[in-house]
Write a protein that binds this ligand. Sequence first.
Ligand code: G6P
Length: 497
Amino acid sequence: MTQSHTVQDHVGSSADLDFETNDARQEVVVIANRLPLRYSTSDVGGEWTPSPGGLVSALTAVLSESNGLWIGWPGATEYDSEPTYDGIRLQPVDITAEEYEEYYLGFSNATLWPLYHDAIRYPEFHRSWWHAYQAVNERFAKVAADSVAPGGIVWVHDYQLQLVPRMLRRLRPDVRIGFFLHIPFPAAELFMQMPWRKEILEGLLGADLIGFQVHTAAVNFSRIARRLTSAKGNAAVLEYDDREIRVGAFPISVDSAQISAKVDDPAIRERASAIRSELGDPELVMLGVDRLDYTKGIRQRIRALSELYSEGFLIPGRDVMVQIAVPSRESDAHYDVARRNIEQSVGETNGDLGLVGKPVIHYIHQNLPFDELVALYLAADVMLVTPFRDGMNLVAKEYVMAHSDMTGRLVLSEFAGAAMELTGAFMVNPHDLDGLKDVIRAAVSAPENTARARMARMRRSVLGRTVYDWADSFLGALRTDPVIAPLTVDESRPLTP
Ligand code: G6P
């Protein structure tokens, strides 16, 4: 049966709230643009599949262990039945087709996403998109206000919902509100372009705790907030509206135990061997796994490899690259162009350098099951993670966790948040094509003992701080009254994020 959920189904106002009788309200509510499942339709019908992105994998790990409620968009305007997921209670919030264009594709992904990623693409500013962003944020805030128990906790996630903390505080001053930004927060030079910069800052300042992936982002935010709003204080504690707001770095991580268990699973180990033999038993397997996004530096990576093949450092047949590009935001023109550019580069490289039955780049534009990804991580000698800018990049941490035998080499962009912790990686500035080639050469050629020591260092870092530690430290700080120093990471190297 198709349920036609309308926007009004989920909208309430503060006057509608019935605190006495609504005993289904939750102590802990997570609110993110996406539910962990999304609904999509094809010729054969509709289905719920896992949503893409680091946010979902991180929060699923956390919420499946607690009895929380997850509020989010199901990814479709009409869907069959209510989704259920791993014991997590899900509350869908609907958006209209017009809001999909203006709030999701527009303000979230064509204004905020490029602006917060170093304006790699020109951010577009449209008033109608801003109005849609306000309206959808208001809707999410009202659903959260209806769902949370008195004195409970609401944890708001990511750039799509930056106005929710303030809107929710107005409806429910009794709840504690945390906000975590999964993507970078830009320096003032870029953020100042935003026509509604003050409103966004004030939206975020409705929270009690504001978390970022890296220290630099937290400092950027506090500095701009003090410049543009009435907030006072220092980088870690702001005073605003007669409240104290804590600001800090809470670097997100992966479910290390889950990945370790998969790595020990004989079926996944067999699959990893099978992948190598299906690739023609090459000496060297290189791997890239990304959402197909212009921030990820996929084409730059292919260019570097293509030159390394042309120059004879890499040999077709002996050395192969596997690039998994997970489909993403396909109705956006920038993503469409990025896809065509990547596929043209793959085609040219294989056309120029591949042999019959031996392409140099195996390109897969699909969303693969996680077990298959782990098998690919296991099979890969070198992992290439080369974004121009990335909030964290969990793929880098997943690869490290898959190499319990200390094999594997990680080439990692200085501009990924993960670079602050994974100091054992072969660091690269992906804007520098010759530098990228040098670092790939260095990673491939490094003596085994050096590579093992690097991997061991990275594994200590990831094992020392899992996704559960991330959630515990954030929720712990949110629950604690006295000001505690938010967690910071060693920033002595590298310098970039
Ligand atoms: C990144 C963002 C998430 C987003 C995900 C997938 O990880 O931080 O908020 O959900 O990309 O993007 P999508 O637009 O498909 O939700």
